[in-house]
Ligand binder design. Structure first.
Ligand code: ADP
Length: 431
């Protein structure tokens, strides 16, 4: 019976957390939406001999709730919590982005409030730090490498522009609870000091933003919060969790085997744009034409798919790249309908390419990944080899419109993750 139940507000976040949990000794499955009886009881479908045939210790529910209306995000998260409890989970983890992607309305605060209320828990911690990916929190300010959050490229994110780096100020308008700050001095003093700080009257019923600048800080916070029914944070906090199979929780292997693939990049983040510019030197590529998509989406998608299939002649080592953005001006000048047009076009490309025989897809962008995985009708994602911190290959079955299912390997990359050469090197990690 699984012990840990996690709820991730987007799909790349779910696989990011799952890869960390596997590394920490949890047999982990990711379910697309709340787990049904089938997906937790039989997580190993289609992968005989894989570790997921064994009972999972952790289930991560992938939602697409980050930018959903608040009421929908709360309802979906509560549905996930109910399903995880029904599956036997006893501790819970709300996973959001290490850049705290949210708006003044939410959804981090409202979802944390709702989960706490449902669990009958008074308060919890807020820990977005993930030093391995350059995200640190000091004096409640979130840094992205050397820059404060609001000076990073997140400032101009098309859906969740982050215009402040102070987590207390970001969170206060989103929650009914008081926001409490626990500074780095307390964290450095050790788990007992953090535990004491969490028991102070001002913290007990609050959302407590906790500073963390190193992996050791995250381990300290995880130890101090081991008794809380719910913790919240990015994947970094899972560094401090210890699963029952430390050192032995093996990874799933490729579902589809060698074959053609594609890169579908809907992310507008600076890191992705750089990866696109690098990959263009090596791979067949085509940029989405927004005017063409607006005028005739069917014809535009058909042309993109035809281009990608034709490019398969270059061989599986040179998969075609279909991308939305390669420069800051793409986002700055975007019309309001652009994000939806891009997401649905790339999702349709994914479905048509898998139907045409694609074995593997690398998808860039959290929202984009959600659109692609949902369109593919995938139920359970099994965690495979890591490509970069926070980005594993995952293996699944796509359900096509005609009822057939096809094994497919997916890499779901959060916008700001991965090295510059990731689009050309990720394929080598596929085992
Ligand atoms: P990331 O992980 O980088 O945030 P996401 O896929 O989560 O990537 O979000 C990027 C959003 O921006 C998507 O909804 C995508 O469709 C949209 N987008 C990408 N390129 C553009 C563009 N040129 N103009 C407008 N929106 C864009």
């Amino acid at each position: 019976m699984p012990y840990l139940g996690a709820i991730a507000d987007d799909f790349t976040g779910a696989t990011d957390l799952a890869t960390m949990l596997v590394a920490r000794g949890f047999r982990t499955v990711v379910t697309v939406g709340p787990p049904g009886a089938a997906s937790t009881a039989d997580p190993g479908t289609g992968n005989p001999g894989g570790p997921e045939e064994e009972e999972p210790d952790a289930v991560v529910v992938a939602l697409k709730s980050r930018t959903a209306p608040v009421a929908d995000a709360v309802a979906d998260s509560l549905a996930a919590l109910h399903a995880l409890r029904a599956a036997g989970c006893r501790r819970f983890y709300l996973k959001y982005c290490s850049t705290f992607d949210s708006t003044p309305e939410g959804n981090i605060g409202p979802v944390a409030d709702a989960l706490l209320d449902e669990l009958g828990a008074p308060g919890t911690v807020v820990v977005p730090a993930f030093p391995a990916t350059g995200r640190t929190v000091y004096r409640a300010r979130l840094f992205v490498h050397d820059e404060l959050l609001d000076e990073s490229s997140m400032r101009d994110h098309p859906l969740t522009p982050m215009r402040d780096a102070h987590l207390g100020r970001l969170l206060a308008p989103q929650t009914r609870r008081p926001v409490h700050l626990i500074g780095h001095d307390t964290v450095r003093a050790g788990a007992d000091a953090v535990r004491r700080a969490l028991h102070e009257p001002s913290a007990r019923e609050a959302l407590s933003v906790v500073d963390a600048i190193t992996d050791d800080d995250l381990r300290t916070i995880a130890t101090a919060t081991a008794d809380l029914p719910l913790v919240t944070g990015a994947a970094g906090l899972a560094l401090g969790l210890a699963g029952p199979h430390e050192g032995t929780a093996s990874r799933a292997r490729s579902a589809a085997g060698p074959g053609p693939g594609a890169i579908l990049s809907g992310s507008a983040s600076a890191t992705t744009r750089d990866q696109v510019r690098h990959a263009r030197e090596w791979l067949p590529h085509r940029k989405l034409d927004l005017a063409a998509l607006r005028a005739d989406p069917d014809a535009a998608v058909t042309a993109l798919v035809a281009f990608a299939r034709d490019a398969w002649r270059a061989g599986p080592d040179r998969p075609p790249l279909l991308y939305a953005s390669d420069g800051a001006e793409d986002v700055a000048g975007a019309l309001p309908d652009a994000a939806g047009l891009i997401e649905s076009a790339l999702a349709r490309c994914a479905v048509e390419l898998v139907a045409a025989g694609a074995h593997r897809l690398l998808v860039a962008g959290g929202e984009t990944s959600g659109a692609v995985v949902t369109a593919l009708g995938a139920g359970t994602l099994r965690v495979g080899a890591p490509i970069a911190p926070g980005v594993p290959w995952v293996h699944t079955e796509a359900r096509l419109a005609d009822g057939r299912s096809r094994p497919v390997d997916l890499a779901l990359k959060s916008g700001n993750f991965g090295a510059r050469s990731m689009f050309t090197t990720a394929w080598k990690e596929l085992a």
